[in-house]
Design a protein around this ligand. Sequence first.
Ligand code: ATP
Ligand code: MG
Length: 238
Amino acid sequence: MNDEVIRCENLVKIYNTGQPNEFTALRGINLTIKEGDFVSIIGSSGSGKSTLLNLISCLDTPTRGEVYIEETPLSKLSGNERAKLRNQKLGFIFQQFNLIHSMTAFENVELTMRFAGIEKKQRHERVEELLRQVGLENKGNNRPTELSGGEQQRVAIARALANNPKIILGDEPTGNLDSATGATIMELLTELNEDQNKTLVMVTHDPLIARKAHRTVRIKDGKLEEETKGTLIGNHNE
Ligand SMILES: Nc1ncnc2c1ncn2[C@@H]1O[C@H](COP(=O)(O)OP(=O)(O)OP(=O)(O)O)[C@@H](O)[C@H]1O
Ligand SMILES: [Mg+2]
């Protein structure tokens, strides 16, 4: 059985900001991630981490190469099919939390389930269960501005889990949190990986995340290198 959930094949991303300003952010990235894996992506600022994550998230399209999510090549999907795949298979956590400020915590968690067409009673039970899971059962009526940073990120995690995706993608999920709060968020993510077999892919500068991950890959000059315990063991490309 093939338990591969993400495969990036020869991904190249060239940003076109006008001919002389063409910028190659990714130069042939190959990366395979298996179900239940926990991968951290590290690298200096501007090295292409978010670019890679955006391609895996189907937020952006590669200039060349292909991303497969559970063997589905993303380039072959229509806009609607991509949106559906995002909604059902992927959950997202961002550095800025990206909650909708006019909505309560409850409504933020509920939103993707509304898009997925889940009926109200089931939706409400699920939101309550998720808020309990992230320890915010008493904060459902608070708006994001009435929550601490760590609490906002926990709402974002509950939202990411709403449609029970296999894969959780994070771009600097602890980047805006103090180290103690970041550690709590990391514990929650580690539990999701260990207890629910969620596949985690986390872009990070945070050594705590990189330490908890099973696998760390580093982007350097638009290329990927695999690392173990801080030691470079080889180039993943070519
Ligand atoms: N839309 C865009 N148009 C042109 N260039 C871009 C665009 N988005 C990113 N870049 C460039 O691509 C490179 C990689 O950017 P990216 O956001 O992937 O870096 P990063 O590794 O996530 O950095 P950070 O750690 O600072 O978040 C940078 O040099 C950036 O300036
Ligand atoms: Mg980034």
